[in-house]
Design a protein around this ligand. Structure first.
Ligand code: SAH
Length: 390
């Protein structure tokens, strides 16, 4: 098997079981591994550190599958990892056949570059690393065995693919897609695995939507970046006096409208517009809200883009504070991997300061239980939020 030999001292993060090998840490490559193929990673002194997927085009040149020298990488390995990941969800959430659940959360489930979401009877697989691409057929076969009776749709088209030198791959891999209707917190939603964002729905916000619901009674609410209406429906069901839902995508607003109708919730006001501009307009109109949700898209996919992203977060949070009535609640999120929870809190604090608002963190928010974060992989903690009261 081909080997990556690390530079002196560069084995430290791997010994702490962090699964990424950066290209700058590699002293030499012995053999001629193919892209996505398995390599052995060793320290300069020859110590075995793990078996990893080689990704020659990426700055993350290898992602570790296992640190156990006895474990080989193949069908048995993937069957066992997939089984463990799904068993964890069964234990934590006992999702019914009608529910949606993230079955595999990439590095945090020991499966770098592999995400699997289940929407009722449809599995949506998102692969984003050379190693995951290499094992595509095996993964799909093992998933089909583990989850009989489910359609499998591949939705490998994340932005990060280009960093790995991979081409998008989208299409049906098993079965036929019937209804992707599923239930979340008592509401019926439809995911659109083919055209929707990510795998079709934002399952990570499940618990935070319940929180929004609990805060909504009698309140005037604003849902910024509403997508297919997850927060909007929750706040309507929680008895909000009104919800203004804003998104720049007409398709998303259409989906949200259908979700409201299917769940027999009262109609609400939708605005197809840019949130940055809308917040300013609302401010000019001296509008006020009691409950504001800010759940923007990923402004910073990588740490390198963090500074520009920070300005975006500061801007929307500043205006949200200006629009929030005293005694109001703000649920503000960042799903940017490049923005740490610490930095996000500083940005929100800066926004409150500039808005001249005294605000308190009531609770820190994160993704739901089916998006666990491996302790050896803090990067898995991509969704961070703050519940802030004024
Ligand atoms: N809150 C949603 C998920 C938000 S995803 C949920 O709970 O499901 C981010 C959304 O922001 C997408 O729907 C996208 O269309 C929208 N978006 C991206 N940039 C925008 C902008 N500048 N103004 C308004 N909406 C934007």
């Amino acid at each position: 098997m081909a080997r990556l030999i690390l530079k002196d001292g560069k084995e430290k993060s791997l010994l702490r079981r962090h699964p990424w090998v950066f290209s700058g840490a590699v002293e030499r490559v012995d053999g001629a591994p193919e892209s996505g193929g398995t390599v052995e990673v060793r320290s300069k002194q020859g110590q075995f550190l793990g078996r990893a997927a080689y990704s020659p085009q990426s700055r993350i040149v290898a992602r570790v599958w296992t640190v156990d020298e006895r474990e080989s990488i193949g069908a048995d390995f993937f069957r066992e990892r997939l089984r463990q990941a799904t068993a964890l969800r069964d234990r934590l959430l006992s999702p019914g056949a009608e529910h949606a659940v993230r079955l595999v959360h990439a590095e945090s489930d020991g499966l770098p570059g592999i995400v699997v979401d289940r929407y009722a009877r449809t599995l949506v697989v998102q692969l984003s690393s050379a190693g995951a691409y290499h094992w595509r057929d095996t993964l799909i076969e093992q998933l089909a065995e583990l989850m009989p009776g489910h359609a499998i749709f591949e939705r490998s088209d994340a932005d990060v693919l280009s960093l790995e030198g991979l081409a998008p791959a989208v299409g049906l891999r098993r079965g036929s897609i019937g209804s992707t209707q599923f239930e979340e917190n008592g509401f019926r939603f439809r995911a659109d695995p083919q055209h929707g964002h990510k795998t079709g729905f934002y399952l990570d916000q499940r618990d935070n939507r319940l929180l929004a619901r609990s805060l909504a009674a009698g309140r005037e609410a604003l849902d910024c970046f509403c997508y297919s209406g997850g927060f909007t429906l929750s706040m309507l069901a929680g008895g909000a006096a009104s919800v203004l839902a804003v998104d720049s995508s007409a398709d998303s607003l259409h989906a949200a409208q259908l979700h409201i109708e299917e769940n027999r919730l009262p109609s609400t006001q939708f605005l197809e517009a840019d949130v940055f501009q809308t917040l300013r307009k609302l401010r000019d109109q001296a509008r006020q809200f009691d409950l504001i949700v800010l759940d923007p898209p990923k402004f910073a996919p990588t740490a390198a883009l963090a500074e520009r992203a920070a300005r975006g977060y500061k801007d929307i949070n500043l205006y949200a504070f200006k629009l929030l009535r005293r005694g109001g609640n703000l649920l503000t999120f960042s799903c940017s991997g490049g923005i740490s929870p610490d930095l996000f809190q500083k940005i929100v604090a800066g926004a409150a300061l500039d808005a001249g608002v005294h605000a308190q963190i009531v609770r820190r928010l994160c993704a739901a239980a089916d998006h666990p974060v491996a302790l050896n992989f803090p990067e898995g903690d991509y969704l961070k939020g703050l519940w802030v009261a004024t």
